[in-house]
Design a protein around this ligand. Structure first.
Ligand code: IPM
Ligand code: MG
Length: 397
């Protein structure tokens, strides 16, 4: 009996180790970054998702069509809807991402994705892996870049969350050893950690920031977090003009709330789960998770999404049309910048700040007491068109 238990555990662990060694080999292959300027057409997939996903994707698509009208007209940019990444279809096929849907997604170097429901034990759905997590792994989207801006408080943060390993990579591959003992696994690799840490430092350098903050729990989670921190400290030596400080996740979560200290932080780099948690906290300070966008960047693919989930309750209660689309529209702005339309990205971001944080002529409450997502998109497009957009935005800073 005892041997059976140990034998099963051993072979389970062996498989996981092999999977991770194979993943490292793929990372070592070190592909080139895709160059959007060299493409005849930039093909963008719009993936509606489920729950409130389609309700916030539609107004986001409208805003993109407005901003990219010329390029869409000339065929330089193509927007293409992909159906089928819904919890219903995923549950039916028993897959985080059904094969045909993944094949379709892989035809598009860029995608804009609405939220998708992540089941857990006890839900009416089979307990399949999160579509987000599966997509990040399948397309090797290793950098989850999440900006949080609160201009009136001088807060300008950019989080570089590692997106393909840490506590997530084997999150659906844990093992119940027996009735009493359950194991999950956390993985940090040299290649996986280095590429996100370097990206954070390069971003800081390019944008003139002089501080990169590494967040771990290396005092307790000594092996994996210890490795992440050590690699960060080594890489930091290559950037003598940038200060590298390190914090533990618990005190970091507290310091984000410290009005005397928080504006000093600039760029953060952190393993997957800590990034997940800290970015929700930061987004809440900006005005709620409904206001925060997220870029999932890899060398060949990039996927842009809201940082929140699919809010099925809003659909059940008939409130989906009042969901705040700012999160996904912020993601769309990041997407515009990523594919080479920086000026338009900036205008969209300014309009989002004006409409969401300052002027607030339409306020979204998630209920019929506030505006609808469609009306909000109209408000944004009107604001983008106004001749004094930049002056207006500057006057609020
Ligand atoms: C996020 C979300 C996802 C995550 C969920 C939906 C799996 O919370 O993008 O932060 O945990 O990464
Ligand atoms: Mg999250």
């Amino acid at each position: 009996m005892e041997n059976d238990i140990l034998g099963r555990a051993r072979s389970h662990f062996e498989n996981l180790v092999q999977m991770q060694l194979d993943r490292v080999e793929k990372m070592k292959a070190n592909e080139d970054w895709i160059d959007f300027q060299s493409l005849d057409a930039i093909r963008i997939a719009i993936i509606g998702g489920d729950g409130i996903g389609p309700y916030i994707s539609r107004p986001t698509r409208t805003v993109l069509e407005f901003l990219l009208a010329d390029e869409i007209g000339s065929g330089k940019v193509v927007l293409h809807d992909i159906e089928g990444l819904t919890i219903e279809n995923r549950a039916k096929q028993g897959k985080a991402i059904p094969d045909d849907v993944l094949q379709e997604i892989q035809k598009y170097p860029v995608s804009l994705k609405g939220p998708t429901t992540t089941p857990r034990k006890g839900d009416p759905w089979p307990n399949i892996e999160s579509a987000n997590v599966a997509m990040r792994k399948a397309l090797d989207l290793f950098a989850n870049v999440r900006p949080v801006r609160i201009p009136k408080e001088g807060i300008h943060w950019t989080f570089f969350r590692e997106n393909t390993e840490g506590a997530y990579v084997l999150g659906s591959h844990g093992i119940h050893i027996n009735d009493d003992v359950a194991f999950d696994f956390k993985v940090i690799t040299t290649q996986g950690a280095e590429r996100i840490i370097r990206l954070a430092f390069e971003y800081a350098k390019k944008h003139g920031f002089d501080r990169v903050t590494v967040v771990t729990k290396a005092n307790v989670v000594k092996t994996t977090d210890g490795k992440f921190l050590q690699l960060a400290q080594e890489i930091a030596k290559e950037y003598p003009d940038i200060n590298c400080d390190d914090w533990y996740i618990d005190i970091m979560a507290a310091k984000l709330l410290d009005p005397k200290r928080r504006r000093d932080f600039q760029v953060f780099v952190l393993p997957n789960l800590y990034g997940d948690i800290l970015t929700d906290e930061a987004a809440e300070m900006q005005g709620g998770v409904g206001t925060a966008g997220s870029a999932n960047i890899g060398k060949r693919y990039a996927m842009f999404e809201a940082i929140h989930g699919s809010a099925p309750r809003m659909v059940d209660e008939g409130r989906a049309e009042y969901a705040d689309p700012s999160s996904l529209i912020r993601a769309a702005a990041m997407m515009l910048g990523h594919i080479g339309f920086e000026k338009r990205a900036k205008r969209l971001e300014m309009a989002l700040d004006i409409c969401g944080q300052f002027e607030r002529k339409i306020v979204l409450t998630g209920r019929s007491t506030g505006g609808s997502s469609g009306k909000y998109a109209d408000y944004l497009m009107g604001t983008i068109q106004s001749a004094d957009l930049e002056e207006k935005w500057n006057s609020f800073q």
